[in-house]
Design a protein around this ligand. Structure first.
Ligand SMILES: [Zn+2]
Length: 161
């Protein structure tokens, strides 16, 4: 099974914090919070999303139904991210993230200039950061630095492995 350039994922309810990180990395990651396993599998198949789950029984069910699925083990998000990339390699799934997305709602972020965020972010942030993004979906602001940098750094460590 080879899926070229997959950025579309659906993440099961146990992996919410992983879903938020994957959006920042540039994946179109739907977080499937409510609904049955059957509904989850239907969504993965109809929307052509790769299913990420830490539930072995569900991953076996997915495979039996022909839904691409990656089993994600590990207890921290870092371990889970590493598991994601190695599981993708082992399954012939090519992960290809696009532009960063909002961690909250998954919309692709728009770049903003420093001048545009004046008054919208704390003084100390405005003084020390130059690159900003806004989510057109929910209006949340992001800036490169701090949490963001740690996340991107984590993703590049994981991707290079
Ligand atoms: Zn948003």
């Amino acid at each position: 099974m080879i899926l070229m350039g997959t950025e579309r994922l659906v993440v099961d309810a146990m992996l919410g914090s992983l879903a938020r990180k994957l959006r920042i990395f540039g994946f179109d990651a739907v977080y499937f919070r409510e609904g049955s396993d059957s509904e989850l599998l239907r969504m993965a198949l109809s929307e052509r999303r790769v299913l990420l789950t830490s539930d072995r029984a569900l991953s076996e069910r997915a495979r039996a139904r022909g839904a691409p699925c990656l089993l994600i083990e590990g207890s921290s998000d870092r371990e889970r991210l590493e598991a994601l990339w190695s599981s993708a390699r082992a399954s012939g799934v090519e992960l290809s993230p696009g532009p960063s997305r909002c961690a909250v709602c998954g919309t692709v972020l728009e770049p903003l200039k420093r001048a545009d965020v004046r008054g919208l972010v704390p003084e100390r942030v405005a003084a020390s950061h130059r690159v900003y993004f806004r989510c057109p979906g929910c209006d949340k602001l992001y800036w490169k630095g701090g949490h963001w940098t740690r996340l991107r750094k984590l993703s590049s460590i994981v991707v290079r492995r």
